[in-house]
Design a binder for this molecule. Sequence first.
Ligand code: RFL
Ligand code: PHB
Length: 397
Amino acid sequence: MTVVVERTEVAIIGAGPAGLVLAHLLARAGIDCVILEDCSRAHVEGRVRAGVLEFPTVELLRELGLTDRLDREAMIHRGVEFAFGGQRRRIDFEALTGRHITVYGQREVVRDLIASWLDRGGALHFEVSDVVIHDADGDRPSVTYRADGRSHRLDAAIVAGCDGFQGVSRASVPAGALEVAERNYPFAWLGILAEAPPTTEELIYSSHERGFALYSMRSPTITRLYLQVAPDDTVGHWPAERIWDELATRLPTDAGFELRQGPILETAITAMRGFVASPMRHGRLFLAGDAAHIVPPTGAKGLNLAVADVVVLADAVERFLRRGDPRGLDGYSAVCLRRVWRIQRFSAWMTAMLHRFDGGDRFARQLQLAELEQVTTSVAAATSLAEIYVGLPFERR
Ligand code: RFL
Ligand code: PHB
């Protein structure tokens, strides 16, 4: 059987935010790379997922010349609201940090990254199958895969595992070489995308006796809403009417807020977990983004953390390939994990403060309300939340 052999400097597995941003960063440094993606372009561009971009994430996209559409269509949010105990309180990011967040769907980010990558002639193969990483522990790794009915082998100096939580990269590391720390939460999020204009300018995180709810948006005509549900719940249990009733109960009921309904375009349930694999490296294989770690979505951090990883990785790869200096690669995991754990802490803290814990007592609930009171009245506490929410600075050389 003939095998099509290709050579590149960096083989990137996965065309999600991590793999695509890495490809753009490497190309800017003049480093050759090839992206392998097992899904179709339509599927990759259709996934709904995240919506909140940190300030440093947008700055980076701007540096890469990727914000033409974002600058026209995205929504700038200068703060966020918390609803609890019948009241609404705002945290003013701009006043506290001088920075803001940008609401722009992950699918739009991915579309922009793919379009510009293909426009500049970048290599990206969709719908590949049987991806296998070879010789990661030597200095000549390769990746084999099937595409267009043929077998391929991609030889590289570095393999970047950017293939998400279910990908092959982490799974290909021998047992015992990675340590895993994991926390599964006793609830899930049901998320909908609704054709209804948002009625507020900012997100509302609501901590209600019946469970958490989140009011978000994607555009002036599309609302994005989430409800805390049971961990084993299914979409079938949630007809539209039940979703809207529950949202109306859990979101603010004051005269200043209106929950506008509209056709539901998508409904999905996501498990809530924290997960970290370390080190984020095995020989010449480097894990980035969800392939290495998952955070519960309450802090809106997964995509942003994926971008932060590849900023460190691109720098390290450039130092290694262009100057023969391995120190960046050697420090990659430790540098990334410092941020990863700060973000795990933030996401776990937001999750614990806002969700209903079954079996929790009145005492625990009062502590949650007191925490929300503290965060929304103390400038010091609000600033601590705001500086992480808008995004910690990237670690760059
Ligand atoms: P991705 O996006 O999962 O991309 C991995 C890519 O790899 C492909 N792949 C393979 N390719 C080749 N061979 C294989 N064997 C492969 N196996 C998989 C996949 O098809 C895919 O294209 O990982 P990446 O790039 O690390 O990006 C991570 C983010 O997608 C994720 O962290 C965020 O979506 C998390 N997240 C949020 N993050 C934020 O920063 N802000 C938010 O507001 C936010 N909200 C969310 C979220 C995630 C959610 N869900 C559904 C998990 C809200 C939700 C509901
Ligand atoms: C979203 O708009 O999808 C979103 C916003 C904030 C979060 C999570 C998801 O914490």
